[in-house]
Write a protein that binds this ligand. Structure first.
Ligand code: CXF
Ligand code: ZN
Length: 378
């Protein structure tokens, strides 16, 4: 049995920013209190992995085990862990859900205050690492998950059990990107029936927002993207209308949407990560009740330019949404059920599948914008 001992296994190590990952043998320590060691079955690539991989400044954390969209099986548990046992089918999630703090107990927030979100490169409770390379040198973690390895160690607050009827190459998508998009429509915006939605950016996150909005009964779903091919994909996920900002240079996108919707969309979602697009989105959500949800990640010090008069006179709401406002331990099971009931589409997000060793090909595909989700099998 492997429990109680370090495990030697294969991992894709990011040694330098922007350089191909190296498949190496690493050592994964035993889980401590409040931790589980997981054998990863499938992992997919999320854009945040590319961002963290390419970061040179502030000094990035290298060498590092990236990856945070995954599912696996509990191999062993740390002392005192009774929530999980060996053999459980589980999903690690970058956003904690301790279940005990005031945020976890409230249905108004998913921002756990016991283990608040931070871009840490270590285990969340004791700021140490469970990974070493073949020389015995420390390897950094990523987003409290680190799934580009056969085995990883994750804090119990970052793990949820999953109904094993969902195949692992579909379940892993719910560990970050797709859940974030669907949740942003369902939980954060609370899109209602018959409403109009505008989505800026039709990548995987934008398409997942469309899917969530469609499930919530939105009737008009406007997709904004500079690439017209994205509209064809968008139609599969419920996008009904398309705006290419390049086609009309006389009007801004917000002007076009305000005209199309007779005063603005009920809900706008920014899924690119450009503060200028957040401003555009805010400018075309309807006065009185319009909600703009920010999902894209811009540079850390980027600022928004919105006039205070606009805010005072129009009653619009601007909000962020980490992990789509979802709580890992309760809401993921709902999305899994929606998939099993054929209400939520996941299959269409998986454009590529390959073996874990080909991870650098998967990075290239995502960089070139050629894939929505690439699933890696161990
Ligand atoms: C993101 C959320 C925003 C900050 C960086 C990480 N999560 C997952 O991709
Ligand atoms: Zn992600």
């Amino acid at each position: 049995l492997s429990a109680g001992k370090p495990i030697l296994c294969k991992a894709a190590v990011a040694r330098e920013p922007g350089k191909p990952l190296l498949i190496e043998e690493i050592s994964v320590a035993t889980p401590k209190c409040n931790e589980v060691r997981i054998k990863i079955l499938c992992t997919s690539l999320c854009h945040s992995d590319l961002t963290l991989w390419s970061l040179k400044e502030p000094p990035g954390y290298f060498p590092r085990i990236l990856g945070h969209e995954a599912v696996g099986i509990v191999e062993s548990v740390g002392e005192g862990v009774d929530e999980f046992s060996e053999g459980d089918f589980v999903m690690p999630v970058f956003l904690a859900n301790c279940g005990d703090c005031s945020d976890c107990k409230s249905n108004r927030s998913n921002l756990c205050s016991t283990l608040p979100f931070k871009l840490s490169a270590m285990m969340p409770r004791d700021e140490s690492s469970r990974f070493t390379d073949s020389k015995g040198d420390l390897l950094y973690h990523s987003l409290h998950v680190s799934s580009f390895t056969e085995y990883t160690v994750v804090d119990v607050a970052h793990v949820t059990k999953v109904d094993p009827r969902i195949p692992p190459n579909r379940a892993c998508l719910l560990s970050c990107g797709v859940s974030t998009g669907v949740g942003a429509a369902w939980k954060t915006a609370q899109v209602d029936e018959g409403s109009t939605v505008a989505i800026f950016g039709l990548g995987a996150i934008g398409l997942a927002v469309a899917e969530g909005a469609r499930i919530c009964g939105a009737t008009k779903i406007i997709g904004v993207d500079v690439n017209p091919a994205k509209f064809e994909t968008g139609k599969k996920f419920g996008v009904t209308d398309y705006i290419n900002p390049m086609n009309d240079t006389t009007k801004s996108v917000s002007e076009i949407i305000n005209e199309m919707t007779d005063g603005g969309a009920d809900y706008c979602f920014e899924c690119v990560g450009m503060s200028s697009l957040v401003e555009e989105a805010f400018a075309c959500c309807r006065k009185g009740w319009g909600k703009t949800v920010v999902l894209g990640v811009d540079k850390p010090n980027s600022k928004l330019n919105i006039s205070s008069h606009d805010v005072l006179h129009n009653g619009k709401i601007l909000t962020g949404s980490l992990f789509g406002g979802l709580k890992a331990k309760s809401d993921i099971s709902t999305l899994v059920k929606w998939y099993l009931d054929k209400k939520l589409r996941l299959d269409e997000f998986v454009t590529h599948e390959m073996k874990f060793e080909d991870i650098n090909k998967a990075f290239e595909l995502l960089l070139e914008g050629k894939c929505l989700r690439c699933v890696l099998w161990f």
